[in-house]
Design a protein around this ligand. Sequence first.
Ligand code: 4AD
Ligand code: MG
Length: 457
Amino acid sequence: MKHTDISELFKYPQKFSGSPVTVCGWVRTWRDSKSVAFIELNDGTCFKNLQLVFGKDKPLANLKEALVVGVALKAEGEFIPSERNGYEMAVSSVEILGGCPQDYPLQKKHHTLEFLRTIPHLRPRTKYFEAVFAVRSTLSYAIHKYFQEHGYKYVHTPIITGSDCEGAGEMFRVTTMPWKTECGNEEEYYAEDFFGHRANLTVSGQLEGEMAATALGRIYTFGPTFRAEHSNTTRHAAEFWQIEPEVSFADLDDIIGIAEEFIKYIIKYTVDNCPDELAYFSERFEKGLLDKLSAVISSDFAKISYTDAVEALKKSGKDFKYPVEWGCDLQTEHERYLTEEYFKKPVFVVDYPADIKAFYMKLNPDGKTVAATDLLVPGIGEIIGCSEREADTAKLIEAMKKRNMPLEAYGEYLDLRKYGSVPHSGFGLGMERILMYITGVQNIRDTLLFPRTVGNL
Ligand code: 4AD
Ligand code: MG
């Protein structure tokens, strides 16, 4: 369909000024007076709407059908400078592409986010979600750009796996077994199943990522991961996107340096390339958002050991719901105190107790902590889980046995330590969590096109 993107018009206004143009889009709002009518048209190519002006001296035949919220139309006219809008379009003809009856749910200008969650197929047509998904797209590009510019190869790890990377048992099962299959026990059941044994949706591409990294040097994954966690919080989704770089010949300090540089790079790229969207979030939803982001880009992240963090939490005088003792997992309230009140900036908490972390993390010389870190940010808590991997076969096997893991299922993973083992490290960044941090969106359900959470498909 021959037409010009609204983004093109606003990008090169001088080129189009005074010329006839054709645009397509959806009516966001309209106004009507005695002598003139206006439509705010959006075609999804840019955050700004184009104002269409209809003079009533030469009324158009289908003007009435065009003055309806949600209608899809094609308009021809002259692109002209205007005092209030910079530029607008004086319409000479309009064609209705798709009408929109009165039951269209997006009639009002402002709807609550709760209401919009009930219409996920339509909510991208609102300004808020248009901004969220535009930033998500730019952020995704920035992530690829960083890794491609820094010598990482993009690998596609499987979505269906037979292992449990994080060992938390929070996996969705993949099966083709018919409803009400009779069987004596689990083994019999899976023997009949598609793969001949239990299969799951992956919780992380890390284990396969390590296999690629010990051949290709530096790799990253960027794909969907799945967790059947029953955490009904504003930060947990059952299907979320994870970015997992894996770096050979890198220890924990190296990977922390990479993570910090990477986070600053992707935030800066997004700030530079989504000015309208971020200004909108900053004005309407999180005052000071842009200042927060520029402070993050220009200052060093903090770093504290888990042991010192526990001390700081104990001395905080705060009445936490979950009491803190060395050895406990840090809860969101603890993470948020550390990053929001204690440091007031992003912080790497390092050297967690081995018992609360995954089997693959490198045991420190103290024999009780591991070379692992979580990156915590204000407003959210953990956005990155990171570690140096255990490169020593004997120690790795001991950690697996301690967790009652079936060694035979991890033969390939153990081979990495047998054949030319090297120090290597990696991390996992939650796409939705970093997006929440950059936009100020408060609920993970509002960062995904179709969020999957407990009881919600
Ligand atoms: O800390 P996690 O569990 O680490 C891993 O999966 C490692 N295998 C990563 C690695 O070293 N390659 O998860 C990594 C990140 C978290 O910090 C969080 O940002 C995000 O993934 N995440 C979730 N995001 C949304 N919903 C959930 N249910 C999430 N679980 C983890
Ligand atoms: Mg984690």
